[in-house]
Design a protein around this ligand. Structure first.
Ligand code: WAQ
Ligand code: MG
Length: 242
């Protein structure tokens, strides 16, 4: 077998992210060497053809992954929910989260996401008991990286869902994190989810059609140093088995 590589793309408009450019698109894969070139092309395509705009800065970073550094994790279960309105969806999401997160922290999560004036590249970390914000860089948040899926997909799914399931599975596998809340920043994609107790609760109408701002909140419940949690999310290579 050939070696595996991690390939990560981030695109921004108005210059690089670190110089104030607006984040347009980010995506990553873990692939065989022989697939690197075609995957690189598809990631560049995404940075240029995103519904949020066209990147004028694109960063692609590739590095080899060593087999012994890979953690394999089984994909979490999927439950599909129905809802007719944003209000109904948010109530459902709050109910689900309250099985693992304090009421105050759940409310705080919706307040934080509702107050965003632009898109963060990463997620907000909240204390699941108090709702206090734990991440350091409030503009960027914590960006989960170094993950992909392997094997044959369990069911047909679009690219949003595939990526969200992989991310949510890695986040659920992180000791100390009990729950996640998410909806997309793509204006035309209104499906979101709650992940908790090893289940991906897929919920339609998590935001109004046309809304250009999305976000993620991870709820932290144990007394584990935040830097360990962030290090796992950012740096540990996780392959999700379908
Ligand atoms: N790590 C942490 N936070 C992230 C990451 C990451 N790698 N990628 C995105 N985010 C945050 C960031 O604040 C984005 O603005 C927000 O999440 C939404 O990201 O049909 O498409 O990539 O089952 O727009 C969920 C439903 C779709 C899928 C989620 O999120 C389905 C989605 P997006
Ligand atoms: Mg998006």
């Amino acid at each position: 077998m050939m070696g595996l590589y991690s390939i990560r793309m981030r695109g921004a408009e108005g210059g690089p992210h670190e110089e104030g450019g607006r984040h347009i698109s980010g995506a990553e894969r873990i692939v065989e060497e022989s697939d690197l070139e075609s995957i690189a092309a598809s990631l560049i395509h995404r940075a240029l053809q995103h519904s949020k705009g066209k990147s004028d800065f694109i960063n692609i970073c590739i590095d080899a992954v060593h087999d012994e550094d890979i953690m394999y994790v089984d994909c979490i279960a999927i439950e599909e929910h129905k809802s007719e309105s944003v209000q109904e969806s948010h109530e459902l999401a709050k109910d689900l989260l309250q099985s693992v997160v304090n009421y105050k922290a759940v409310e705080q999560a919706f307040t934080e996401l509702g107050q965003l004036s632009g898109n963060m590249r990463g997620a907000i970390l909240l204390d699941a008991n108090t709702g206090v914000r734990l991440d350091q860089d409030h503009m960027r948040g914590v960006r989960v990286s170094h993950m992909d899926a392997c094997g044959t997909e369990i069911r047909p799914m679009n690219v949003h869902m595939r990526e969200a399931l992989v991310l949510a599975t890695k986040v659920q596998s992180c000791s100390g994190i009990v729950g996640e809340l998410c909806w997309s920043d793509d204006p035309d994609y209104t499906v979101g989810y709650v992940a908790c107790n090893g289940v991906y609760h897929r919920i339609p109408n998590m935001k109004d059609m046309g809304t250009p701002i999305g976000g993620r909140v991870f709820f932290v419940d144990i007394n584990r140093p935040i830097r360990e949690i962030v290090d796992y999310l950012e740096n540990t290579t996780v392959l999700v088995r379908w």
